[in-house]
Every structure is written in structure tokens, then in C-alpha cells.
Design a protein around this ligand. Sequence first.
Ligand SMILES: *[C@@H]1O[C@H](CO)[C@@H](O)[C@H](O)[C@H]1NC(C)=O
Ligand SMILES: *[C@@H]1O[C@H](CO)[C@@H](O)[C@H](O)[C@H]1NC(C)=O
Ligand SMILES: *[C@@H]1O[C@H](CO)[C@@H](O)[C@H](O)[C@H]1NC(C)=O
Ligand SMILES: *[C@@H]1O[C@H](CO)[C@@H](O)[C@H](O)[C@H]1NC(C)=O
Length: 610
Amino acid sequence: MEMKETEERYKIIDQAFGGAFVVLGLVVYYGSDHREQREKKYEQRTEASDVAESKHGVVAADDGRCSDIGVSVLRDGGHAVDGAVATALCLGVVNPMSSGIGGGSFMVVRSSSTSKAEAFNMRETAPLAASKDMYEFNPLSKYIGALSMGVPGELAGLREAWSKYGRLTWKALFQPAIRLARDGFVVAPYLGLAIEKSEELILSDPGLRKVFAPNGQLLRSGDTCYNVELGNTLEAVAEHGPQVFYNGTIGENFVRDVRQVGGILTMEDLRHYKVEITDAMSVNAMGYTMLGMPPPSSGTPGLALVLHILDSYGSSDAVKGPLGLHRLIEAIKHMLAIRMNLGDPDFVNVTDWITDMLSPSFAKSLWQKIFDNTTFPPEYYMNRYSQLRDHGTSHFCIVDSDRNAVAMTTTVNYYFGAGVLSPSTGIVLNNEMGDFSTPTEISVDKLPPAPANFVEPKKRPLSSMTPIIILKDNQLAGVIGGSGGIFITPAVIQVFLNHFVLGMEPLTAVQYPRVFHELVPNKVLYENLTMIDGDHIELSNERKVFLKERGHELEAQAGGAICQLVVQNLANPFIVTSRKIGEQPNSGQVFHGILTAVSDPRKDGRPAGL
Ligand SMILES: *[C@@H]1O[C@H](CO)[C@@H](O)[C@H](O)[C@H]1NC(C)=O
Ligand SMILES: *[C@@H]1O[C@H](CO)[C@@H](O)[C@H](O)[C@H]1NC(C)=O
Ligand SMILES: *[C@@H]1O[C@H](CO)[C@@H](O)[C@H](O)[C@H]1NC(C)=O
Ligand SMILES: *[C@@H]1O[C@H](CO)[C@@H](O)[C@H](O)[C@H]1NC(C)=O
């Protein structure tokens, strides 16, 4: 009862940000005697608010306030990258359990005028004092506490992307996030749950306690949360640029806080941090071109391999129905086995593996090992190394009025990262070192850890994050991505297939029950969850029975991944503009169709349109 009330309080305030004052009025008017009617209104609101449509520009983030902030930047004439900076900073404040300037990200940007797509790798690096065996005597310290922190990359990456594409001032993009941090923001139900689940972690760290349990009481959904120090940090970075963190007073304070609780971070680490900017990795499958991150993301090559395996059937009908689902699961099992050979390409030579994962003929050789009547034990898939089980994250998609597009996935790894908040800067430390493999760690599958992903100074750990921009005939068709660690790539693939191949409406494509696999244990994890708005998502019985008949062991799981999706309707473009002459000789035109943005109802997010 109490819980429900506070959730509603949040929703009312959340709505106020979105401008849907009609609903706000109704709630107040009906009062507590008309509970049923009131709840019905919420249902309608929720249905409507999971989707935003616009001819001009959209933002699909997993928090409505941040989608609104992104759209307000687009409204001011900002490039999609400007929107991404403001949206990411907002998420770092209101969803501090998943992302923030103490973490790292992958960002894919495609410019409509040049057709060029770039990948910004702002993932955390291992500190200079890190080593392969650093967790030998305390394996837990890879996941919790200051030793689990990689050198944060988020601010440096946002700055690089903004320097190349930004149209608005750096300072202006920070103002909404600064206000939220300083003046306080309402704890959304999802954050409320994360705080509740992380009680022990929060209460045992003075920094987290001060922000999330002021007065000794854990904040709950509907309460107001303040992180004044983070507001001050953001203001300093807005004013002086990221140098104040990477080579200035904020950085010095941060390093002092980290070292005080046993961390190994130095100013030298911060000064050495470098964003990697490369061409996006391009994959052609099922009639579309997908642009994503190269390694250390296993997401794009993983998506390529699965889609190429499915393409081997020679017809899009192959992915339909329960049999299509069985084939998809088998393809995912093959992909998981192979992806653990990947690592940071600056440290390990992954050329041969990438060539394989992107090759339709390699996919065909795996396709021949898939049978419609059965599944197999993990060994069958040439499973050599134990799986990386990463966590956390937040994904958003942005398309602006010129049809520039951004797909960005950002993370601090586990909920509240390392479980430490730097008191002087308000920054939550990531625990991205947990995404490295370590020689001595015993894993559930008893397979050896993957050497390509061992710790080395300045190396970046392998990641499942899969931000993707989708093209059809060189026109923007969609933007997609998700959060949820090892479950991200399968979720992104399922949403892609649902909409672009099976023809589901964008919201249905995102909402449709998903399945996952980890290879070991040899189980299909199927979704069975009741969402914050009360809707239930569960794999159909027909599908469960079909999979069981093929020997799959099934296990229900409450959730797994959250996906955001933007699609552009290319059937009837209402404007066609020319690309700049000379920049792309055969480019011709840029289609502008209606944009539909969906935020996954599983996280109660809300997209926004211009
Ligand atoms: C750090 O700042 C100092 C001056 O304060 C400057 O000389 C140095 O070049 C900077 N280093 C980097 C890596 O930016
Ligand atoms: C990586 O491996 C490929 C194929 O085995 C080889 O051709 C290439 O020279 C190697 N690259 C480096 C930098 O060693
Ligand atoms: C599956 O089908 C293949 C032939 O396509 C057959 O050889 C095999 O025995 C079947 N397996 C099961 C478990 O029915
Ligand atoms: C599915 O989820 C519901 C709650 O949402 C729960 O009551 C039920 O037991 C779950 N089913 C399984 C098989 O776990």
C-alpha cells in the first residue's frame, strides 16, 4: 500500500516533467475514493507513454526525464551528439546505480550528411598498477571495493564526441544534470528497487550512505535524492572541461578518496586515459546494414554471427514461430562459445576471430551443426572458456532533425559499481575490473578463464554492450541497444528480428517476451516478470512446450535486459534532403520519415519526441 502510493507520487511528478498535465489533473481530481478509475488512467498513460512519434527528432532513454532533456537539446538546434551528452549526464544523476561519470560507455554516431559512422570507445581501462594476478588472494575485490575500479572514461568520451559533432556549448549541456543533482530529483521506482536491493552495500559505504540513506534511512521510490557534490563536480567540468577531472583538482580529490579506501588509481592513470575513436564495425545481414562497436565489444561480432547463421536458412520464414525461436537459441549458443576468444584489440590479436564472426561462410559451417529436433550439451558448441557475466548499464537512442543518429550504452557495471561513492566529488566508482577474466578464478562452468581477457595495465575488458545503428539502402532505418550484461546481445537480436524481420510494431517488438542463454548452465532462461506498471510478460506455453520437446531445460527469470528502440518509417519519406556534395560521391539523398521511439516498459522508462 505504502509502496504503491510512493510509486504513484513518482509517476505524478514524472508526468509533470513530460508535460502531460491532463493526467496529473485527473489524479488529483479523483482522489483516493476512485482508486480503480485512477489506476485505469495510469494504464492508459503508460500505454501511451512507452512510445513517442515525431517527424523531427526523438530520444529513447530508460528514464523519461532524461529523454525530455535530450529532446530539449535537439529543440535548441543541437546535434544528436549534443543530445547524447545531456542525456548521459542526466542518466548518471537519476540512475546512479547503472551509469555515471565514474563509469564508461560505447557510443556509435552516424552523420547523415557524410554517411560516416564512428565508434567512440570510452570504456574504462585497467590502472597502470593493475596486474593479471592482482585478485589472486582476494577474488571478491575484483567486484567490490575500490580495487575493482577501472579508470573512468565517460567524460573524456563525451567530450571527444562533442568536439567533433557538437553544435551547442559544452556548458549548456550540463545545466539540466547539475540542477537535478543539486536541487534534488525524485527517486524513480527502478532506482528505489535498486536501493532496496543494495541496502548492505549502501549502508556500509559512507559516501553512498550520505546520498542514498541520509538520516540513516534508505531512500525509497518517491523520495527526493540530493547529490550536491556531484552537482559541484559537474559544474566544474561544465566550466573548465574534462581536464579538471583528468588533470586537475576534481581528479586529485577523486584519486585521494579512491586511495583512502584501498584503490590503486593515480593522477597518472587519469592523465593517460585515452578515448579510442575508430570507424564503426559494419555488418550486412538480412537485408540491413548494422553499424556497431568493434572489440572489446563482443556485441557487434556476436550479432553478426547469429544473424549470419539465421541467414543461412535462406528465408526470413526460418525465424518464425517456436521453431524460429529454437534456431535462434542454438545460434546464440554457438555465438557465446566463440565470443570468449575476444579481448581488447590493442592487447590481443583478435583478427582471425573477428574475420570468422563476420563471415557468412563460417556462419554456414555452424548452421550445419544446428538440428531442428534437438539441442546439445555445452561441449558441442566448442565451448572452451568460461563466460563473462557482465552487469548494469543503461542504453539510449537519439535521432535528430537532420537524421544524425546516436546509439549509446553506458555503465558502472554492477548496481552502484564498486559500492563506493567518492565523498568529495559525489562520483560512484565503477567495478568494471570485474569484466576481466582472472587466471585463478573458479567459475560455475569449471572451464578455464579466457586469456584474451586477462588484466593488463591500460587494457579494456571485454563487454556485451551492443549499441547499433541500422540502415536500409544507406538510409537510417533504426537505432537499438540494451542494458543487462550477457543478456544484451540476445535481447538486441530479438528486438531487431521482431520488428525488422517479423514485422511487429515497434512497441510490440520491444515488449515481446524474450529468451536468454548462458551456455553454462545449459538452460533456456525465459522471461516471466510483472512490470512496475503491473503488466505481465511471459513466454507463451506453446513455445515452452516446443522447446522442452527439443530437449531444452527451461527456467523462469524475472527480466534480463532492457531495450530502447527507434525506427524510421522509410516507406513514405516526407522530406528528402541532399547530402553535401563532395562528401560522399554517390550518396544522393537523406530520407526523413516518421520516427517512432520506444523505451522498454520493463524499466518504466519513457521516450520523448521533438
Ligand atoms: C596537465 O596539466 C599540466 C599543467 O597544469 C600541463 O602542463 C600538462 O600538459 C597536462 N597534462 C595532460 C596530459 O593534459
Ligand atoms: C594478427 O593476426 C593476423 C592473422 O593471424 C596477422 O595477419 C596479423 O599480422 C596479426 N597482427 C598483428 C598486429 O600481429
Ligand atoms: C534429429 O534428426 C536427425 C536427422 O535429421 C536424426 O539423425 C537424429 O537422430 C534426430 N535426433 C533426435 C533427438 O530425434
Ligand atoms: C512467474 O512470475 C510470477 C510473478 O510475476 C510468479 O508468481 C510465478 O511463480 C512465476 N512462475 C515461475 C514458473 O517462476
